[in-house]
Ligand binder design. Structure first.
Ligand code: SF4
Length: 308
């Protein structure tokens, strides 16, 4: 088995060289996918990386909206997602019609959308944001009201640093995986590891956010945990895939998931077999219609300009 795996990884590496391809992987990917990627990061970092690369082919191991973002920012490159079924359920909670209806009701409001949304919605936004920069982006809008979607928990987090009125669209958008992290898990984990610092993702419910020492995006979590003096034990409140990266980068520290059921099945759909097939066949390709592409690109580029 080990030999088979080694040979498979060698084939993938050969295909990457032959095709001038890179693999971009989100922090929630399976460990074996993270280990063969040129770059592992959160959605903001992956968007930047997709723009910087000189590769001709990008194999994107993440969910649909992330791969779409990479395709929108790279119209000249081929972006391929190993499993087209990797569809984020949160992004499916907001459709263009709902957003248009909210805009009609609040004509003076600016629209900030979490990158976890469909390209057709991004095309209607003033600016996109990620969990790393939601507060910064909301504050940069020149309106007193902001329509924010689709995650109501990220809206709660953004509301903390602004006097603007934030209206979540839809009212109850959420990430099913982060909703697995509940207060009983947190209290139990804290009791078992009283010295550990609590770091949670802003997609967690407000009560969990309010009990954390830090609220951060996945890459923000990696940064905090790597800092000297930040402590050597951490309770992590996000999808469990991040634990692989944390343990790899700081093997001397201890990391515990707050909830072991916080798993995103869509993120786990990509496998080494599918990555190899995607490299070989250069499909399934991520294609965004031209008219949506140009408008959505503006909202994404606005975010990249505002957020450094
Ligand atoms: S973790 Fe949540 S927001 Fe992220 S891809 Fe999975 S369902 Fe979507």
């Amino acid at each position: 088995m080990e030999n088979e795996r080694r040979e498979q990884v060698e084939r993938i590496e050969r295909l990457k060289r032959e095709k001038n391809a890179i693999i971009l992987a989100h922090n929630y990917q399976r460990a074996e996918i993270q280990d063969i990627a040129e770059f592992v990061g959160d959605s903001l970092e992956l968007a930047r990386k997709a723009m910087d690369t000189t590769a001709d082919l990008i194999i994107f191991c993440g969910v649909d909206f992330m791969a779409e973002t990479a395709a929108i920012l790279n119209p000249d490159k081929k972006v391929v997602i190993p499993d087209k079924g990797a569809i984020c359920p949160m992004a499916q909670q907001l459709f263009a019609d709902d957003l248009l209806a909210a805009k009609r009701k609040n004509p003076d409001a600016k629209v900030v959308l979490y990158v976890n949304t469909l390209a057709e919605c991004k095309a209607l936004a003033d600016c996109v944001c990620t969990s790393a920069n939601a507060q910064e982006i909301v504050n940069a809008m020149d309106s007193s009201t902001v329509l924010f979607g689709p995650d109501r928990n990220l809206a709660y987090h953004a509301q903390k640093t602004t006097s603007k009125i934030i209206i979540p669209v839809p009212e109850h958008g959420l990430c099913p995986s982060h909703h697995q992290i509940v207060m009983t898990d947190l209290l139990k984990a804290k009791k078992a590891h009283p010295r550990a610092k609590i770091i949670v993702h802003p997609e967690c419910i407000p009560e969990v956010q309010d009990h954390a020492d830090y609220i951060a995006s996945t890459s923000g979590m990696v940064k905090i945990c790597n800092e000297k003096g930040a402590g050597d034990e951490f309770l992590i409140g996000t999808e469990i895939g991040l634990l692989h990266r944390l343990k790899k980068e700081a093997p001397e520290k201890k990391f515990y998931p707050i909830s072991t059921t916080a798993v995103c099945p869509q993120m786990k759909m990509h496998t080494l077999e599918k990555v190899e097939a995607a490299l070989k066949n250069e499909k399934p390709e991520v294609v965004v219609p031209d008219e949506i592409m140009d408008k959505a690109r503006k909202a994404i580029e606005r975010m990249l300009e505002i957020s450094h």
